[in-house]
Write a protein that binds this ligand. Structure first.
Ligand SMILES: Cc1ncc(COP(=O)(O)OP(=O)(O)O)c(N)n1
Ligand SMILES: Cc1nc(C(=O)O)sc1CCOP(=O)(O)O
Ligand SMILES: [Mg+2]
Length: 211
């Protein structure tokens, strides 16, 4: 299936979603509010939990025709038939992930604050590039800071959809989108909210003003 890589990108979080049931409810609310892409992110080494949760979220996403990407682990993505994988700079090579997942898979790559990483990822066949952190992140306080101007530069120099991540909220998303981000990836300012659907709608509206 061909997916549109634009809009709100929700990322799951083990602390904000302490059970599979809570995870499914929160992710579904975000999709109902307009999230266009979901990532399963679990940094634990509990393989059984990871397979069970990733499979359940993948089923939900498929029902809503939304792509699920697996963080870090192309093998898990292939094993459960997810739409793709998100790779950090030390999470494995793009060609190997492509080999495992196939031509249709979505492979996203973390580029931190580096245009050089982005150009390399593009040359190796990435489907989107991700920059951050644009604002202080509650989830990842030690993330490398990235300047807003990087988005404008990348827009001109890299022919791939751009994800912005790190401390993004409904209050600061507009400046990120104005600077050139095609997607905003969010954990805390989405999944820690009491009304996740309404929050996702607020993010979504900021894109629909431009689509
Ligand atoms: C959309 C998106 N962008 C960046 C990241 C961060 O990936 P990475 O640097 O590998 O860090 P971890 O998330 O694995 O801790 C991401 N996951 N998603
Ligand atoms: C997983 C992750 N990667 C980042 C990067 O800069 O590469 S920032 C981050 C955490 C994003 O969560 P929140 O929306 O709560 O800040
Ligand atoms: Mg990673």
């Amino acid at each position: 299936m061909q997916y549109q890589l634009q809009g709100l990108y929700g990322i799951t979080d083990a602390e904000l979603m302490p059970s599979t049931e809570v995870m499914l409810k929160k992710v579904e609310q975000s999709i109902k509010g307009g999230a266009k892409i979901i990532q399963y992110r679990d940094k634990s080494s509990d393989l059984q939990k990871r397979v069970e949760q990733a499979s359940a979220v993948n089923h939900l996403c498929q029902n809503h025709k939304i792509p699920l990407l697996i963080n870090d682990d192309a093998g898990l993505a292939a094993g459960i038939g997810a739409a793709g994988v998100h790779l950090g700079q030390s999470d494995g090579a793009i060609p190997e992930a492509r080999e495992m997942l196939g031509e249709q898979a979505i492979i996203g790559v973390t580029c931190h604050d580096s245009l050089a990483f982005a150009l390399q990822a593009a040359a190796e066949g990435a489907d989107y590039i991700a920059f951050g952190a644009f604002f202080p992140s509650k989830t990842k306080p030690n993330a490398t800071p990235a300047p807003l101007e990087l988005l404008m530069q990348a827009k001109h120099e890299v022919n791939l959809p751009i994800v912005a991540i790190g401390g993004i909220s409904v209050d600061n998303a507009a400046q990120i989108i104005d600077a050139g981000a095609d997607m905003v990836a969010v954990i805390h300012a989405l999944y820690a909210q009491n009304n996740i659907k309404a929050t996702a709608q607020q993010f979504h509206q900021q894109f629909s003003n431009r689509i």
